[in-house]
Design a protein around this ligand. Structure first.
Ligand code: HEC
Length: 161
């Protein structure tokens, strides 16, 4: 009798553990991680936005080549991290504040290719900056903005305002 009730208690406890594992902490984890991932995404993108302003300042003669090179490094380091801050179900379909089109996850290979292209453009800009050729650096900066950032934004971002 006692053994049986103990076993029953054990089964109930197990059922609770399974239920919690299936629904409880996981749902909490998604909700917690969601805010964090959106924060990281915003930080990564805004960091690149700041680097672009530094580079523009270089092209316009306000910033040094060293500052420009450091800014190109920021973009080169950020580019491979882009896919990590876009886990599935984190676009405008589930979050009205997001500017990410849900097509990102249908065309994931195109999205990661756009991130890789940005990395290539940042490397090309570094090379142009190191050459000391201002014209080449200016052209590489323009190409990076238009095709590196813009190439992805045109396909995958819908600006709210
Ligand atoms: C592979 C795709 C991709 C590339 C490459 C990319 N972005 Fe973005 N970016 C996005 C998407 C998608 C969003 C919208 C994010 C959201 O709101 O969920 C975004 C948003 C932003 C934002 C707004 C962030 C915020 O929280 O307000 C800035 C600023 C930005 N990008 C700058 C840049 C710059 C500068 C570059 C190039 C150096 C760049 N991005 C390259 C996809 C990309």
């Amino acid at each position: 009798m006692q053994a049986r009730s103990l076993r029953w208690t054990g089964v109930c406890a197990l059922a609770v553990v399974v239920a919690v594992a299936a629904f409880g902490p996981e749902r909490v984890a998604v909700a917690d991680g969601y805010g964090k991932v959106m924060e990281e995404r915003s930080k990564l993108m805004k960091g690149m936005g700041g680097a672009m302003r530094t580079l523009k300042g270089f092209v316009e003669g306000r910033n040094s080549a060293e500052e420009a090179s450091a800014a190109a490094d920021v973009i080169a380091a950020a580019a491979p991290k882009i896919p990590d801050v876009f886990p599935p179900n984190t676009g405008m379909g589930v979050d009205p504040k997001s500017e990410t089109k849900d097509v990102v996850w249908e065309k994931w290979d195109d999205f990661t290719a756009a991130a890789a292209l940005l990395g290539d453009k940042a490397a090309a800009l570094k090379t142009a900056l190191a050459s000391g050729d201002a014209g080449a650096a200016g052209a590489a900066f323009g190409d990076l903005g238009k095709n590196g950032c813009g190439g992805c934004h045109r396909q995958f971002r819908e600006k709210r305002n």
